[in-house]
Ligand binder design. Structure first.
Ligand SMILES: [Mn+2]
Length: 317
């Protein structure tokens, strides 16, 4: 199935595969979710919300859509979770081989198993940065290793897995968990040094798997299994920005948006999150200086460093 829509209503010439640097693959799979259904509706809600978004990003002073965003054929395999994972694996690999920046939109979190496999094929020393309320480290659940509750079990064996925002898990998951590389929400709230500690643990090549339930349900109620005590907008994008600036983010996925037609704000937030991540990815390489008074990212980093330095000195007084 070829998707006829465009992301954010961008002009036609930016939507063609041959010139687009970014590929967006939709996997509207919702076969293994265990509570609220509806993650299969996430992509359409995300696209509809993106249509109303302004395309200039103030922070990076960039219009990243000009890199081109191609919406690939939808992965609609749903005969089984295993078949879906294999189809995702193949589709992601196809676009990685064309040197595209590949992004994938769920669907529920089981889709990430195939995506991470494809990135692991291409990048030997891969870090998977997993933002989620849930540990997702079960080796199998309801009789399959391809359940959403198992989303990063394979990654825990094959990649450098770093987990952020976790606040719900089963005791059996402790075995597969590398606690040194997990940042629990309960700890993050009291100490923001987690941002730099997490980045220090990453290899240079980072794939981000972003479950929207890592956000607090106050701003992200539209997800299958909302958990109290999650991240807010600015701390999340501040962290992501640092990751994009300091590491080579090779791709990402966003999963578990389960839209509620009566509240479109969460859909819009996810559309904006996607655009922010692309803006961070590409602003390093090329952005114009339309607003000459806006400090560049490089300068902003310097200012941050100076601020940090001053804070440090204050502590010593
Ligand atoms: Mn989750």
């Amino acid at each position: 199935m070829i998707n006829a829509k465009t992301y954010a209503g961008i002009p036609d010439k930016y939507t063609k595969l041959d010139r687009a640097e970014v590929v967006l693959i939709s996997v509207p799979y919702d076969g293994t979710s265990t509570w609220q259904k509806g993650a299969d509706k996430g992509f359409d809600a995300f696209l509809a919300a993106s249509d109303n978004m302004e395309l200039y990003d103030i922070e990076t002073n960039s219009e990243v859509y000009k890199k081109g965003i191609y919406i690939a054929e939808t992965v609609d395999e749903n005969t089984s979770a295993a078949a879906m994972v294999e189809q995702v694996h193949k589709t992601v690999r196809k676009y990685l081989q064309q040197n595209k920046f590949v992004t994938v939109f769920g669907g529920e979190h089981s889709i990430s198993i195939g995506t991470i496999r494809a990135f692991k094929d291409s990048y030997k020393n891969l870090t998977v940065l997993h933002l989620d309320a849930h540990a997702d480290l079960r080796d199998e659940y309801n009789g399959t290793p391809y359940n959403h509750a198992c989303a990063v079990y394979e990654a825990s064996k094959t990649t450098n897995l770093i987990q952020v925002g976790i606040r719900s898990m089963d005791s059996t998951e402790k075995e597969a968990m590398n606690k040194d590389q997990v940042f629990f929400a309960e700890q993050m709230i009291y100490d923001d040094s987690w941002i730099d500690r997490a980045i220090d643990m990453m290899t240079d090549q980072v794939f981000i798997t972003f479950d929207v339930d890592v956000f607090d349900p106050s701003i992200m109620p539209s997800t299958g299994t909302p958990e109290p005590g999650g991240l807010l907008w600015y701390e999340t994008i501040e962290f992501l920005k640092k990751v994009f600036m300091e590491k080579n983010v090779v791709g990402f996925d966003i999963v578990e948006l389960c839209p509620n037609p009566a509240n479109k704000a969460p859909d819009f937030m996810v559309a904006k999150l996607y655009y922010k991540m692309l803006s961070y990815k590409f602003c390093q390489q090329d952005y114009d200086d339309f607003l000459e008074n806006t400090p560049s990212i490089g300068e902003a980093k310097k200012i941050d460093k100076i601020k940090e330095h001053n804070e440090f000195e204050d502590e010593n007084e």
